[in-house]
Structure formats: C-alpha cells, structure tokens
Design a protein around this ligand. Structure first.
Ligand code: FES
Length: 163
C-alpha cells in the first residue's frame, strides 16, 4: 500500500486528501472526508447514486480510481449544490414535485440533473429521460415521472420563467 497526499478542489474549497491511488476510488475519498451525501449503491458503475461532477464532467465516483484523478481537480458533490438554508432550485423542485421516495438515489439524481442543466437549461422531458438513461441513474422506487417533473420545473425556475 503506497499512500499519497494530494490536493483537490471540492465544492470550492481546497482539500488535502490521503489515498491509496491504486485501491481507493473517488467515492471512497469523498466519503472518508465526511461528504457522505455521495451514496454508494452498486459500487460497480451501474446505478448513478455516486455521481459527482469532476472537472465539469459527470462521473460515477465509485469506479473512478484515484490514480486517474489529477491533483487540483475540481469536484462538485451534492453538498456543493445548495445549502440546507439556501436550497438550489433543483432541490426545491424535487421537494415540491414529491420526487423523493426512499431518497438513496436522490443525491446522484441531483448531481446528474445539475450537470444536465449546466449544459442545457431548457431540456425537453425526453431529453431529461435520455440523460438519465445515458448516465444510468437508477431509482429502485421507480419514481421517475416526478423526478423528470422536478428537473423541468427547476429548469423553468433557473430560466426565470417560474418562481
Ligand atoms: Fe456508483 Fe452505483 S454506486 S454507479
């Protein structure tokens, strides 16, 4: 085991982390430093619960080995999207639309939705569904309709068309 120290920019703050680059995944490191909003469901890259945004790209952190992460990479986890007393439009919309059932998959959906709206602020329902399919976001409670409703509502709010 060869441990390595490296700096990462996580949710806007520089963080020094210690990891075994050959063994640890990004989700291991994120959760070890206390950002447990990132969930690990399948741990094999299939469910999207562990989604984070790495240098502007949506990635499944459970299959991203630390040896493939560059020093000073920028990472956004669900904790970096809104705050408990200042929720992001997506988080407000998920609540408003009743898009949360057991909740385990929701951090991954929020991060995935943020990555979508960062590149397309006016998606159609089909584009939202296609995005989740492409990025393998899974909800075992199967509450997909309300999740799509929430993304469409949040997009309208972010465009300034709804409050
Ligand atoms: Fe990473 Fe399922 S926990 S994709």
């Amino acid at each position: 085991m060869a441990l390595r120290k490296m700096y990462l920019n996580i949710n806007g703050a520089e963080r020094l982390v210690v990891c075994d680059p050959e063994v640890d995944t990004l989700s291991d490191v994120i959760r070890r430093i206390g950002l447990t909003g990132t969930k690990v469901g399948c741990n094999t890259g299939q469910c999207g619960a562990c989604n984070v945004i790495l240098d502007g790209k949506l990635v499944r952190s459970c299959v991203k080995k630390m040896k493939n992460i560059k020093e000073y990479s920028t990472i956004t986890t669900v904790e970096g999207i809104g705050q408990p007393n200042a929720l992001h439009a997506l988080q407000q919309a998920f609540i408003f639309c009743g898009a949360v059932q057991c909740g385990f998959c929701i951090p991954g959906f929020i991060v995935s939705s943020k990555a979508l709206l960062d590149q397309n602020i006016n998606p159609t329902r089909q584009e939202v569904r296609d995005w989740f399919t492409k990025n393998r976001n899974g909800c075992r409670c199967t509450g997909y309709k309300q999740i799509v409703d929430a993304v469409i509502l949040a997009a309208a709010v972010l465009r300034g068309e709804k409050t």
